[in-house]
Design a protein. Structure first.
Length: 332
């Protein structure tokens, strides 16, 4: 049997003609990092739904299954990494999950980064029937990158304090056997800030919830499947400054001072997918490649940074759109 092709990633995500969300926000950064990216679009839309008006087509389960079948028959699924994001509907999601299972069975060393796109800020924007399918897929993943709401949904745990956060992580590690969890964004409430070590504390502000979000990474120290099971997890955190404004490319929710743009979440996912190695399989940390995108794309205050890295679109929502080409040197 041929060995997996080094430096090749299969990306299964949404696609938009305008803006950067889903595959549009992930593929270019991965290519900048030197990867060949095979792309399967789960939707083809004019733009993301935050504009109020959008349209296009959604791939059906049958269409996805047929595409995967032909790729497999032609020997085109020999990638070393798999990245999956937004999938419309439970049946289509099941087709993606079945492919991930087959790829993992054929190549146990496959690095599978699963972004379980369910919703944001207390609201689902996929069918509830997707939840058990994602839960079933978790055990085949190498890394998952949910936001705080998706963690709550997947673990059926409301995150309100350090104890409930630890409980949610235990459920993901021990019940669903996920070795590496990266919570891409969690509001920096007073209780969370108080629990962070001094090295992870943000600069002092009077309104921590509005100015910063936290990225939490948790990795099991034991080897999955080894005698005695997995050891308690090592947890790392990093605070991410929020930018004021409404940004095109958010995808999973509108971007204001209280939420990161979806471009950042997807790009973080893409960069993590590219940088992750089995050598650090048990010691995932919130390293610079994980969250540094926030800095080069907007450390200076808006609108100055908007003038250099963003273009404002004259639409009803009046959002910003990131100019990826002008910041490509910051993606590596």
């Amino acid at each position: 049997m041929p060995s997996p092709t080094a430096g090749r990633i299969l990306s299964i995500q949404s696609h938009v003609a305008f803006g950067y969300v889903g595959g549009k926000a992930a593929v270019f950064p991965l290519q900048c990092l030197g990867y060949d990216v095979d792309v399967v679009n789960t939707v083809n839309f004019s733009n993301h739904s935050g504009y109020g008006r959008f349209g296009g087509s959604r791939a059906t389960a049958a269409e996805l299954a047929k595409m995967f079948e032909l790729m497999e028959l032609n020997g085109l699924l020999l990638c070393e990494r798999l990245l999956t994001g937004y999938v419309p509907g439970a049946e289509a999601l099941a087709a993606v999950k079945d492919l991930a299972i087959r790829m993992k069975q054929k190549n146990p060393e496959l690095i599978y980064l699963l972004d379980p796109v369910l919703g944001d800020s207390g609201k689902l924007y996929v069918s509830p029937e997707c939840i058990p399918i994602y839960r079933e897929a978790l055990q085949y993943s190498t890394v998952i990158t949910p936001n705080w709401f998706e963690v709550e949904v997947l673990t059926d745990t409301k995150i309100t304090d350090p104890a409930s956060l630890r409980k949610a992580l235990r459920v993901l590690h021990e019940t669903y056997h996920v070795p590496n969890v990266v919570i891409s964004s969690i509001p920096l409430k007073v209780w969370l800030r108080a629990a962070l070590p001094s090295s992870a504390q943000p600069p002092h502000t009077t309104n921590t919830d509005a100015d910063f979000l936290a990225c939490i990474a948790s990795s099991t120290e034991g080897t999955p499947g080894s005698e005695g099971g997995t050891a308690p997890s090592a947890v790392h955190a990093r605070c991410i400054p929020c930018l004021p404004g409404y940004f095109s490319g958010v995808g999973r929710g509108r971007c204001s001072r209280r939420r990161p743009g979806r471009h950042q979440t997807v790009t973080t996912t893409a960069r993590l997918s590219a940088h992750f190695q089995h050598s650090n399989y048990q010691h995932l940390k919130a390293s610079p490649p994980l969250t540094s995108t926030a800095k080069p794309l907007g450390t200076s205050s808006l609108p100055r940074s908007a003038q250099s890295h963003l273009v404002r679109v004259s639409l009803r929502t009046n959002p910003f759109v990131w100019r990826w080409i002008s910041v490509r040197s910051s993606l590596k």
